[in-house]
Design a protein around this ligand. Structure first.
Ligand code: AHM
Ligand code: MG
Length: 334
């Protein structure tokens, strides 16, 4: 099936199960928003693939030297991806709010809308210039009509409805969990059809895995438990894999099992990754596929309530047995 067919069927099921016209309309709108995002990601994928070529340079002139709200240098392709997403969501029309990692403020869209969209348009952008995988991450949140901007982010990750990411790697892959409880499915972009085609239905993460993924250069800045856990991984002869693109590192973790971490460290007490745009959607995908996502001993990532749209948080996601082991080590530490 194509993504369009899949969404049409799932939305029809949801409409049938709905108990009010309002709820039915929300399901239809949710499918329409996901469709718009997928179409945009196919376009972003074509730009990523052509990065460095002259026609792309005409569109995005290499690095533009701009600094985004997190103070990091922003590659121009980030800007372009952000613009493309905002444009597509505005055109689709039903989103209440649009919150992007690349924009300081949550942007108001349709005041009568009941679904807000949060996204990181191009994550891992330091990998663009050398042609290594990057991705787009998104999540949909239900809000009241005429809600305030804070209703988009000042709530736990558990509230996310549809969540997904697109990985621009050797192929362009969309991983989606549609609506609040949707199975995790992968769709591969077929250039000849200009469509995402279902390639993996109902993905379940392996119970444990042989790979751990973390920026081990930060080892000396971690707390004792994190160091002990990684020592144990190494003693157990697990393999280390780290691309430096969260989407690619988490995607591998989802399929092959194991763990991905961006812990707190001495220079970054809340880690590096943003709760709303990165940690929530990726953790929701992993948990809906049977994995676990924690930020500390017993604290689920998805229970965290951010106080700002760009707040960061520590994250450990992956196979349930492996994350449970880390959680146990934190619980037992004095
Ligand atoms: P970005 O939003 O500036 O692209 O940063 C996020 C990326 C993630 O994709 C990745 O997991 C992490 O940064 C890697 O950070 P580090 O280089 O500190 O290991
Ligand atoms: Mg990012």
């Amino acid at each position: 099936a194509t993504l369009h067919e899949y969404l049409r069927a799932r939305a029809a099921d949801a409409v049938e199960a709905s108990t009010s016209a309002r709820e039915a309309e929300d399901c239809e709108n949710e499918a329409a928003i996901v469709r718009a995002l997928a179409r945009t990601c196919a376009k972003i994928g074509r730009f990523v693939r052509r990065a460095g070529l002259t026609d792309v340079k005409a569109y995005v002139e290499g690095k533009n030297g701009a600094v985004n709200v997190h103070g990091e240098e922003q590659a121009a392709l980030d800007d372009a991806a952000h613009e493309m997403c905002v444009e597509a969501l505005r055109e689709e029309g039903s989103s209440a709010w649009i919150a992007s990692e690349e924009s300081e403020d949550v942007v108001a869209a349709n005041p009568r809308g009941r679904i807000a969209v949060v996204f990181d348009p191009l994550d891992g952008s330091s990998n663009i210039e050398c042609g290594v995988g990057v991705g787009t991450i998104f999540g949909l949140v239900g809000v009241d009509e005429n809600s305030a901007a804070a209703s988009v982010y000042a709530r736990p990750g558990n509230d996310m409805r549809s969540v997904g990411y697109v990985m621009y790697g050797a192929s362009t892959i969309l991983v989606l969990s549609f609506m609040s409880t949707g199975a995790v499915c992968a769709f591969t972009y077929d250039e000849s059809l200009d469509a995402f085609v279902l390639t993996k239905a109902n993905i379940r993460i392996p119970t444990s895995g042989n790979v751990y993924s973390v920026n081990q250069a930060n080892y000396r800045k971690w707390d004792d438990v994190m160091r002990a856990y990684i020592d144990e991984c190494s003693k157990e002869k697990k393999s280390l894999r780290y691309i430096g693109s969260m989407v690619a590192d988490v995607h591998r973790t989802l399929l092959y099992g194991g763990t991905f971490h961006y812990p707190a460290d001495a220079s970054n007490p809340n880690g590096k990754l943003r709760a709303v745009y990165e940690c929530f959607p990726m953790s929701a995908i992993i948990e809906r596929a049977g994995g676990l996502a924690i930020s500390a001993a017993d604290t689920r990532v998805l229970d965290f309530v951010p106080t700002s749209a760009h707040e960061r948080m520590p994250i450990h996601v992956g196979s349930p047995a492996d994350i449970e082991r880390l959680s146990q080590m934190y619980r037992e530490s004095p």
